[in-house]
Design a protein. Structure first.
Length: 206
């Protein structure tokens, strides 16, 4: 097992509809190890997940569904507009997510590790924790059109989601590297391959 401090790591982020999952999967196909914080959060709040007992104890049985998982819809409605409830949920989830990301990264066998973190900028600590920050970027109008088509949402709903995330400018300000996904998915592989070659060289230099 390799200590995380010895690993070359990338924090990958992008706004909703930017294509960060597609980009992450392309890196994975080239051999990078992926650690997806969203997937970890889902596992923690699934039946028998590590977060279920503390969520039940703090919020009550009504926030656990019939399967024994966190009722995501009810919890989302509860914490929206209630900062104290949101902070309480984060206080349960964030330490568990952090410890699990470290565990997965230390077990990773790829030449470098990519942490896929939708709210990387908002969490505020990843710039110090990752060797480099990679932002998948596209114009906001492209984001809106993609999410409306993909999720069947109205424009106002997408704009509300984007308003709750860091701005495009804030993400770009944290970036060491940027992938432009304002065009089509056919434009991505060459950009990913170029960065993969660079990351392999940097990883070997550690």
């Amino acid at each position: 097992m390799t200590s995380l401090s010895e690993r070359f790591t990338i924090g990958l982020t992008g706004g909703i509809g930017s294509g960060k999952t597609t980009v992450a999967n392309l890196f994975g196909e080239l051999g990078a190890s992926l650690v997806d914080t969203d997937a970890i959060a889902h596992a923690l709040t699934a039946p028998d997940g590590l977060a279920i007992l503390p969520i039940r104890e703090h919020f009550g049985d009504e926030f656990i569904d019939a399967r024994g998982a966190m009722d995501r819809t009810r919890m989302r409605e509860h914490v929206f507009g209630h900062p104290a409830a949101r902070h309480a949920l984060e206080a349960i989830l964030h330490p568990l997510i952090r410890s699990e990301t470290v565990r997965e990264a230390e077990l990773a066998t790829g030449p470098y590790v990519i942490f896929v973190v939708p709210l990387l900028v908002e969490s505020g600590t990843w710039a110090e924790r990752a060797s480099r920050i990679l932002v998948v970027d596209c114009p906001e109008e492209v984001q809106i059109a993609r999410v409306m088509q993909r999720n069947g949402l109205q424009r106002e709903q997408v704009e509300a989601i984007m308003a709750a995330q860091a701005s495009r400018q804030a993400r770009l300000a944290t970036a060491n590297d940027v992938i432009d996904n304002g065009g089509t998915s056919a434009d991505l592989p060459a950009q990913v391959q170029a960065l993969h070659a660079r990351y392999l060289a940097l990883a070997k230099g550690r």
